[in-house]
Design a protein. Structure first.
Lengths: 112, 113
């Protein structure tokens, strides 16, 4: 069935370190892919998205590339800040179905 | 735009009481989703509506849970009777037809004693 597998957290990094959070998906067809971020005490908000193979989504210094051959959508950032501490969710949606399939979330902790 | 509005933000109640959570989606959005988030189970989709009609309620945990959407600008999630294991953060989200992006409200933190 459809599913998303994310790197298990928490991920703890020092400020200015390079970040990668892995995400792979299992889906029939070609879904649209998303990364959402949840800051403490808040709801989820869209961070970036990609709708077709080889598309790169980017926002706030974060990037992720839609890799159809490896069914992956890994999140990266070159230099993290303390303010990036949050929980990151990978998700996808299939055509004609507006329900999102969610990963378990990865908690990111950035230490000064 | 005010975004998705949820009320109350916090609710503390005793086991056996009825709890009603409220949501106002973004104006013009056709889809409304109710989620539950806990440490143990993560983010779970409970039910979603399209044009005020429930499409999939397979995530509703049991008959104690019910959801309604009487019009395009209001939805409720009711738990009756509530139990301690219902303690969680409940989120409402909405999206527009043709756009998969979901906009989340701030959530309601429910504590059942």
């Amino acid at each position: 069935g459809n599913s998303v597998t994310q790197m298990e957290g928490p991920v703890t990094l020092s400020e200015e370190a390079f970040l990668t959070i892995n995400c792979t998906y299992t889906a029939t067809g070609y879904p649209s892919l998303f990364w959402y971020v949840q800051y403490p005490g808040e709801g989820l908000q869209l961070l970036l998205k990609a709708t077709k193979a080889d598309d790169k989504g980017s926002n706030k210094g974060f990037e992720a590339t839609y890799r159809k051959e490896t069914t992956s959508f890994h999140l990266e950032k070159g230099s993290v800040q303390v303010s990036d501490s949050a929980v990151y969710f990978c998700a996808f949606a299939m055509d004609s179905n507006y329900q999102l399939i969610w990963g378990a979330g990865t908690k990111l902790i950035i230490k000064p | 735009d005010a975004g998705v509005i949820q009320s109350p933000r916090h609710e503390v109640t005793e086991m056996g009481q009825e709890v009603t959570l409220r949501c106002k989606p973004i104006s013009g959005h056709d889809y409304l989703f109710w989620y539950r988030q806990t440490m143990m189970r993560g983010l779970e989709l409970l039910i979603y509506f399209n044009n005020n009609v429930p499409i999939d309620d397979s995530g509703m945990p049991e008959d104690r849970f019910s959801a309604k959407m009487p019009n395009a600008s209001f939805s409720t999630l009711k738990i009756q009777p509530s139990e301690p294991r219902d303690s969680a953060v409940y989120f409402c989200a909405s999206s527009a037809n043709g756009n998969y992006e979901q906009f989340f409200g701030p959530g309601t933190r429910l504590t059942v004693l």
